[in-house]
Design a protein around this ligand. Sequence first.
Ligand code: SF4
Ligand code: SF4
Length: 477
Amino acid sequence: MSVLSEVEYEEIYRDSIATVDASGKRVWVFPKKPKGRMHHYRIALTIVLLGLFFGIPFIQVNGHPFFMLNIFERTFIIFGQIFYPQDFVMFALAMIIFFVFIILFTVAFGRIWCGWACPQTVFMEMVFRKIEYWIEGNRNQQRKLAEQPWNTEKVLKKGAKHAIFLLIAILIAHTAMAYLIGLDNTISIATQPPSAHWAGFIGLVAFTALFYGVFAYLREQACIAVCPYGRLQGVLVGNNTLGVIYDFVRGEPRGKLKKKAAPPEDDLMAKITQGDCIDCTLCVQVCPTGIDIRNGIQLECVNCTACIDACDEVMEKVGKPKGLIRHASQDMISKGKPFKFNTRLLAYAALLLLLLVIEGFLLLGRSPVEATVLRVPGQLYHERTEGVLSNLYNTQLVNKTFETLTLDLKVRDDFGRIERVNGKPNQLTLEAGEKVDLIFFVDIPKKQLQEMKTPIQIEVYKEGKLIETAKTNFLGP
Ligand code: SF4
Ligand code: SF4
């Protein structure tokens, strides 16, 4: 076999992903069961996260969901507060804040989200994978079962595993649906015949198929090939970013553990020819994305820390300090520099703070009613009574609360008088979430008008308290 030159090696090094073989076929990953300190922390966090995920749809505030993102009816309830499309600015800003936060977090701490809090990893590694270990055994037993011909044992184990996977997928699908349309609607779909809710039923079947497909078959490929956040890592992660990293300064040159006696203290050559990595490959065996962390920071690494636990256990056994694989940045390893908040991080943090302040002001100043007032197009003024000019307006009022509101309309500073068409009263009642369109005249004495286009403000009062103001113009001669 020819030895590759350095250039040839550079060209082929990491030019393919670990889960695809030379012929382009998927290499199924059979990760070794993780255990250790970090894994215990992950179990604790998983319990909290799963508790929140399955519990939140059951929380109600005054008979309404605590959290619901109803994209079909464009109604969003977040922490018990209802938001409508009229709150688009606030919603868009919240999205921007979310993305800036994710970027800031990633630039500083790498893919912690992926390994510890992302629903894909939490369900895959902490739920579905655990069931797989329970039924099919550890890495080697799973591989053996996959390779053996179909017999009773294989049918029973695979059948039981996939039946449980399907049940969990159904549970996740119903919970996800409850986040979209609320718990009561989801229960109705689940308990009534499909013909009563075709759209909802098809949605649940599609969700179930999606979750089952992702967790039973797609698995780590969702993080490697599908997730857009994963694809962004290349531009977000830098030399100062913390992440799961192999200390190559300490670990290289790697080599098998030799049983012979340790070199004498003054045998410098023996000391520098062997690093701390004993090349046991346990860090590779536990990796759920099938990579070797010793090859450096890689796109596939979801920072799950399974390799940290595996290596720490090895280091403990061979009597060397833990942390050969640890949370650190490239600069911390190669240059021995401590982690620091660099200019890029500080700039992101300042931007995030600014956006949060703006969002805070928007939330505090959020009116319970949205009013849009527009002059009826194509209409000029007319004199309905002697010396008084009138303009006609179209108005839309939206009640953005869960309560029934009684509202009054006025022109600011009593500059003019509002009169609804067809003699309807100016006071009106809006049910929770109701949207009404009204048409009214604004009458202003001619002598008060100084210019052709006078800016006026229409005020909305709730029980005598001003809650919303809409600006418009009044046309005169
Ligand atoms: S390299 Fe380590 S941290 Fe990264 S995915 Fe594999 S086991 Fe998890
Ligand atoms: S687990 Fe640690 S010692 Fe073993 S191969 Fe990986 S880095 Fe080297």
